[in-house]
Write a protein that binds this ligand. Sequence first.
Ligand SMILES: Cc1cc2nc3c(=O)[nH]c(=O)nc-3n(C[C@H](O)[C@H](O)[C@H](O)COP(=O)(O)OP(=O)(O)OC[C@H]3O[C@@H](n4cnc5c(N)ncnc54)[C@H](O)[C@@H]3O)c2cc1C
Length: 479
Amino acid sequence: MASIETDYLIIGAGASGLAFADTLLDELPDAHITIVDRHGKPGGHWNDAYSFVSLHQPSAFYGVNSLPLGANRKDAVGTNQGYYELASGPEVSGYFNTVMNQKLLPSGRVAYHPMSDWQSEAGPAPGGHITSILSGARTAVTVRRKVVNAAYVSPSVPSTHTPKFTVGEGVRLVPPNALVQLWQARGDRPTQFVIVGAGKTAMDVGVWLLGCGASADAIQWVMPRDSWLINRATTQPGMEFFKHNIGGQAEQMDALSKATSVQDLFLRLEAAQQMFRIYPDQTPTMFHYATMSQGEVAQLRQITRVIRMGHLRAIEPTQMVLAQGTVPVAHGTLFIDCTASAVEPRPMQPIFQGGQIVLQLVRAPLPTFSAALTAYVEAHYPDDAVKNNLCQTVPFPNGVEGYPASVAVSMANQFKWSQDKALRQWVRNSRLDGFGKLIAEVDPADTEKLAILARFKQCAMAAMGNMPRLMGAAARQPG
Ligand SMILES: Cc1cc2nc3c(=O)[nH]c(=O)nc-3n(C[C@H](O)[C@H](O)[C@H](O)COP(=O)(O)OP(=O)(O)OC[C@H]3O[C@@H](n4cnc5c(N)ncnc54)[C@H](O)[C@@H]3O)c2cc1C
């Protein structure tokens, strides 16, 4: 068996692994990095995505720290009109290819093993072996410093997951990836579409179907839970959106400081135009930080045939079997599987664990900012206790009740970073941070913006004071 040595072995060449590698390369000039991934190209799950996928958030603060994504343009047409561009899936994949081929590999300090599986081996020092998926050849790896697990919170996507419901003989069930090929179906075009699932992928499919000419009457939507959605206006990185982004954060803090329960919190956020729900007569219980524009929400409201009967258990040729009953299936129905959970709940663990780093969020909901900041902390701080204190794992909410804790830990981390001069400076200069630079660039004579900032600070203090009460209320909420 061949053998190699490296300082850091990164499992996964997805967004998290590459964002970590990019910052580590800049911050630890003597480190050698080896990246292993089962996929044949960098970009992780973006390689398996449906072709009409895009980021939920502006490209401006996604990707790796050293290389901008997109051209910071605003969309002139469509449901994102007037807002900063959202990279499409192919753009994201192409971007990560560029990161690998123009930044990481030319450094001479990075080795990349695509189409390869990593297996850790127990022992006193971190290590394991790489197995080529194509040849089966194994390479033993001695890891001088750490193994970085950049796959622990990897999302599940429709084209590679296995649905949890059964599918009867002759039922047409496809992942969203197959929709763009329907033009080839000729005489066999679907008469009805059933979107199965209630997350961002399902919403993308609804918007795509309507945008491509499907009649809203021909669409049914199996929605076990309704979801709260972030208003994309609040995530715009430009100074001209100051009222929406920083002003929006002040609104969020104000709501967090006054809410008496989690439901009350979301209603306040909705009233302050921070959050949307698609169907105003429903009370959402899901919140995964999905982000949408007002235009997309308006489109989705055209779909009125929503099935709220719990999770789908089986699709039979003539009926759907749901947790709370059955629904007939019309002849010629195409089912679209949007049930993969992009945010599989996994037990949280410390990020720094001796010879291992397990990448998780240090600020929700930003995995690439989190990975880059973790690399900075790895490079500059002395031991795991200090590093874990700066990088407390932020829980990802599965439902509305998880939101206060997710915000509270993000805020606690942010506070600690702000107390450390070097880290504060790194965050401010990081393109992945989104808003820190904006705040730093406020003109001292701009009284309107200064007033927004002052309100944000005041509300943030009050919000921290109310967090224990809100988290207590969330814990008492039936699950
Ligand atoms: C449709 C969609 C849209 C999204 N939009 C946004 C957005 O706008 N903004 C945002 O911040 N986040 C967004 N996300 C969240 C998204 O999860 C992250 O942005 C990011 O792409 C996740 O990357 P990752 O590296 O953590 O995981 P992955 O992309 O899944 O990468 C992990 C990699 O590890 C590899 N791997 C795992 N185990 C092994 C092993 N043993 N050996 C070798 N290789 C292994 C896998 O092959 C995979 O390539 C979106 C997610 C989805 C699904």
